[in-house]
Design a protein. Structure first.
Length: 393
């Protein structure tokens, strides 16, 4: 049996209407002032309205920071942390997508510590205390509400991560009602992002462990069974609930068995072209799976009947092929764009993308197959053309 360590939030609250209990939870921290971290679209959609009203009724003073943007840049995080400190906020609440939740994690840490953001990029470098932290996802995708990871876009357009158990929330509050209004394209991209988390956690080279395996398998089963449903009918609360829970379980899995080359190649797409993270993953996923197939065939074979319960196992080769084919079918059925050109990427961009992807050593070390610059560029070229497997040399 391998040795491993497993961290998870102290408290998880799941269920339709769960967000109605946030004000009561905040009262338990005796915080006179609280910072709400969100973005303008989430707030304009009314997803924070009831919570804000309930908090006001308790007498808690609420400061709202709604300037979060996708792939949050360092200066947005620092501005929010400064606001939190200046207003004397004693707790941080976030309602939103992964970018808002990641921002809130770092705000809760930086507002309590003299540490600078530049000093804590990496694994285990954030070791100080933080403010109480409550995270409420509005998408079924990132799983950020249960991970010790926050992603930041640096001044050089590189994505870096702060990874520390200090960033794990005190409360992860999952209310599937908050996901009902998600547009189809956001639902699809977020759902595939969550599936990638489960797949990469299960097939990772390092830190894969029995708990992360079981979480990844359950997550992938739930997500693959419900993603088409929520794309067809966004008002299906039961399917939305399954997606949100699956996303959380996938988050727990990859928090311990890290993601790999899909994310490493997706990050530059998001950082340079400002493509939403989930879509960046979806665009590159089939091609990385094909590349990894020779090294991960047995594990992909195991996933074939998870992602398609009606599938009958044959051989590892056939089963792995069936698994990848089903992933492609899900992407197609959920109307994910068919190539990188759909998001404005051209042949002249591939070298820069490959260069930046190779900087993601924290992720690439977990990939089941070693990946070099030429192979990364070949994967991007295949994804640009929207054709079959990338070069395998």
């Amino acid at each position: 049996m391998i040795d491993f360590t497993f961290h998870t939030p102290s408290n998880i609250l799941f269920g339709a209407g769960a967000s109605c209990k946030i004000a009561g939870l905040l009262k338990g921290y005796k915080a006179a002032r609280v910072l709400l971290v969100t973005d303008k679209n989430v707030r304009a959609a009314g997803l924070t309205r009831k919570v804000e009203a309930a908090i006001a009724e308790t007498g808690i003073k609420l400061t709202v920071f709604e300037d979060v943007v996708a792939d949050p840049p360092w200066h947005v995080i620092e501005t929010a942390a400064d606001l939190c400190f200046e207003r004397g906020c004693a707790a941080v609440l976030s309602i939103g997508g992964g970018s808002a939740l990641d921002t809130a994690k770092l705000v809760a840490y930086l507002a309590r510590n003299p540490d600078k953001l530049d000093d804590i990029y990496g694994v285990g470098l954030a070791t100080g205390e933080r403010l109480p932290l409550l995270l409420v996802p509005t998408t079924a995708g990132t799983g950020s509400e249960v991970t010790p990871i926050a992603i930041v876009t640096t001044p050089t357009n590189e994505k870096k991560a702060v990874v520390s158990p200090r960033l794990i929330a005190d409360w992860a509050i999952l209310d599937p009602e908050l996901t009902l209004g998600l547009p189809r394209h956001v639902t699809a991209a977020a759902g595939i992002d969550a599936m990638v988390h489960a797949i990469e956690a299960y097939t990772g080279k390092i830190n894969k462990n029995p708990i992360s395996d079981q979480l990844a398998l359950k997550a992938l089963a739930m997500l693959s069974a419900n993603l088409r449903k929520v794309c067809r009918d966004g008002s299906n609360l039961e399917a939305r609930s399954e997606m949100l829970l699956g996303s959380m379980l996938a988050g727990m899995a990859f928090a311990h068995s890290p993601v790999a080359a899909v994310h490493a190649l997706a990050y530059p797409i998001g950082a340079i072209f400002h493509v939403p993270h989930g879509l960046s993953n979806a665009l590159i996923l089939p091609y990385v799976l094909e590349f990894n197939r020779s090294a991960a065939e047995a594990l992909y074979a195991e996933l074939s009947e998870v992602i398609d319960p009606g599938y009958r196992r044959q051989s590892d080769a056939a089963d792995a092929a069936a698994f990848i084919a089903e992933i492609k079918a899900i992407c197609r059925d959920c109307e994910v764009p068919g190539s990188l050109s759909a998001v404005g990427i051209g042949e002249g961009d591939l070298s820069k993308l490959a260069e930046d992807a190779m900087k993601q050593t924290r992720l690439l070390v977990n990939n089941p197959r070693e990946l070099d610059y030429d192979q990364a560029r070949a994967i991007y070229a295949s994804a640009l053309a929207g054709r079959g497997p990338a070069a395998s040399g």
